[in-house]
Design a protein around this ligand. Sequence first.
Ligand code: PLP
Ligand code: COI
Length: 356
Amino acid sequence: MQEIKFIENTHLKEKPKDQSKLGFGKIFTDYMFTMEYNSKEGWHNAQVRPYENLSFDPATTFIHYGQAFFEGMKAYNAVDGVRLFRPMDNFARATRSAERLAMPALDEDLAMEGLKLLLKVEKDWIPTAPGTSLYIRPTMVATDVFLGVHASDSYLFFIILSPVGAYYAAGLQPVKIYVEDEYVRAARGGIGFTKAAANYAASIYAGELAEKKGYSQVLWLDAVERKYIEEVGAMNMFFVIDGAIVTPPLRGSILPGITRDSVIKLGRKMGYDVQERLISIDEVMETARNGHMSEAFGSGTAAVISPVGAFCLEKEEVQVGDGGIGPISQKLYDTLTGIQYGRIPDEMGWSVKLDF
Ligand code: PLP
Ligand code: COI
């Protein structure tokens, strides 16, 4: 494997003093990992270097046509050292995003080595307060300077780090979600299954409208029938209906969440009936109204397990269960975070302990 160059940062920042006020994605560490690609040299020039502004020609492809995607994972200050959760699954998903966006496959092993080196240098930035972690944001952008709509030949891949608390201001308190029945996020055949920047661009307007109405995020419906549940802005959705844990299937328009996959596997191991099937918005509203739905929650790296206390469709708001955190959501949260922070044995082989 090629060598990763280290460039020292002589202007280190002050680390956040109050870890209860970290929020999400507002503070960045002293270093970043970068590497470049072109078809002649492949991935090259891998560096751990000072975090700083990047400079791009105004005609750089990704700015105009959005040939860009990102990933999201976390480093945890675990009971026995620093741990990552299924990091190679994130890099494998990065390669799937890249392929769909006509970008080069990531050198996943080099990206992992770069991440490890970056974390070794930045380990003191990993916050220690309960529920905090160091959020990891790998990103790839197309860097040709060209206004033709065409795949770029050159790319930049970088990883930045941000100490974070809970994604939602409410923490583990249930969030209220607005069911979006006018705008759509992604259609099958499109790029919904990738972490393309464009998917988030498509979602922001509806998110703003929902926020103005007092809701934390939007629940998307399928783009064709406007009937079936897809996912929420930054998390996959689960519903507990008549005791079964139900989640929408992967049909190409939603992100195959790594937390989603973990919840499915943990739920089955705990003995629950976990179903990947189509769920209509009518079923959600009806079972929430008549009490057959006892819990609903979202899953994601940033969101972890986020209980949903209510859904609003048009003008009707329905509460889920008693509006609080349900026992299955709590159990999954405790098990998942237990594995991530090394508090409970990881029988799945998901948690990766770093050797520093
Ligand atoms: N869905 C969307 C749209 C997301 O942005 C995320 C966050 O990454 C997820 C789902 C959850 O995915 P994961 O569990 O891999 O973080
Ligand atoms: C993550 O959970 O890592 C995400 O990417 C969500 C992000 C859009 C805030």
